[in-house]
Design a protein around this ligand. Sequence first.
Ligand code: ADP
Ligand code: MG
Length: 391
Amino acid sequence: MTDIRDDAFAAFRELFGHEPDGLWSAPGRVNLIGEHTDYNGGFVLPFAIDRRTVAAVAVRDDRMLRVASAFADELVELDLAALSPGALRGWSAYPMGVAWALGATELGELRADLGAVPGVDIFIDSDVPVGAGLSSSAAIECAVALALNDIWRIGLDRAALARAGQLAEHTAVGAPTGIMDQTTSLFGEDGAAVFLDCRSMESHPVRLGFAEAELSLVVIDTATAHDLADGGYRERRASCELAAETLGIASLRDLDADGLPRAREVLDEVTFRRARHVVTENQRVLDTVRLLTEDGPGGIGELLTASHRSLRDDFEVSTPELDLAVETALNLGALGARMTGGGFGGAAIALIPETEESLLRVAIDGAFAEHGYSQPDIFRVNASVGARRDM
Ligand code: ADP
Ligand code: MG
C-alpha cells in the first residue's frame, strides 16, 4: 500500500537529497456539532478524520529552515535568525509560523530557544482537502508542531502544541480562529469525538458508535471558496463580542436560553440572532453528547439538522450549495445533515445509513448538476487517531 507517508518520504529524499529523520502526521477534522461556539468560550464536538497531513523532517547542520509541500511549487527557505511572523507569506506561513510560535513567550517556560536550535528541512504531503473546512491548516500546523517538538527536544505537551498552532494561525497567517481544530488534531481518538469546553480547555473523548449502528458520516465538499482570514468570520466574531459586551457578560458562554428574552430587548435584531445561534448551539452540543453517551448515535440527527438551520437563518454563514447538499441528504433519508466548519462555502456532513451511501452520492451529484453547481467531492470519514510520529 502506498500512502502519503511513502509519498512524503520519497519526495523528501528526491528534493533534499537525503532521508528524513522521521515522519510525523496529524489529521484534519470534521466538526460534528458546535459551530462558531469555540471563540465564545462554548462547547464543540469535533472528531479527527482518517485523512492526514504528513511532515517528513530532518535536522540540518546549519540554521536554515527549509519547507516544501506537494501542494506548492516553491521551496521556501529562511534563516532561523530572521524568523518572525511578519517575514512569512503564503502557505509557508503555516509551517514556519509554527516554528516561530514554538519559541514564543506565550508558550511559557518550556519553549524552544530559537537562538540555539538547529535548522530543519521539512516536506509536507497530505490527503486532507485544502480549504474544504476540514482544517488542513490545523493538520499542517500540528504535524509540524509535533515534529519540531521531537526534533528540537522541547518537551511541550499536546495542549501547548495546540496553542502553538493557534498562535501561528493568529500571528503568522492572520486568521483569528479558535483552538478547536488544533485540539482535535492532537487529541483525536479512533471511533470517538473530542468534546471540548473552549473556556476551561477541558476535553474528553465521546464514543460515536457510528459503525456499530451501521451509520456513515459522509462529507460533501462543495469545493466553493472560503477564506476564514476574511471579513465574514471577523464580522461574526465582532457581533458576538458586541452582544456579550452589551449584555455585560464575559462571553456568550454565559448566556443561556433563559437570558434570550432580555437579550432580544437590548440587542439589535441581527446581533440578537447571532447570539441566539451561539446559545442554542451550545445546548445542542450538550444534548448530542448526552444522547451519544446514553443511547448511541441514532437520535442525534435532529440536532445536526437544527444546527444547520440555525447557522443558515440566525448566523447566516451558509451558502446555497451547502443548503442544497443538506436538503438533498435529508430528502434521501439522512438522519441529520448540516454545514460544517466556519461556513461561507466548504463542506456539509450527513449522517446516513451505511446502505444509502451510494444513493446519496447519485442524488447529490444530480441535484448539483441541476443547479449548475460544480460537482462536489463526496466521501465517508471515520473518527481517527490524533497527531503521532509515524516513523
Ligand atoms: P482549511 O483549514 O479549511 O483547509 P484554511 O484556509 O484554514 O482551510 O487553510 C488552508 C491553507 O493552509 C492553504 O491555503 C495553505 O496555505 C495551507 N495548507 C494546508 N495544507 C497544506 C499543505 N499540505 N501544503 C501546503 N500548504 C497547506
Ligand atoms: Mg483552517
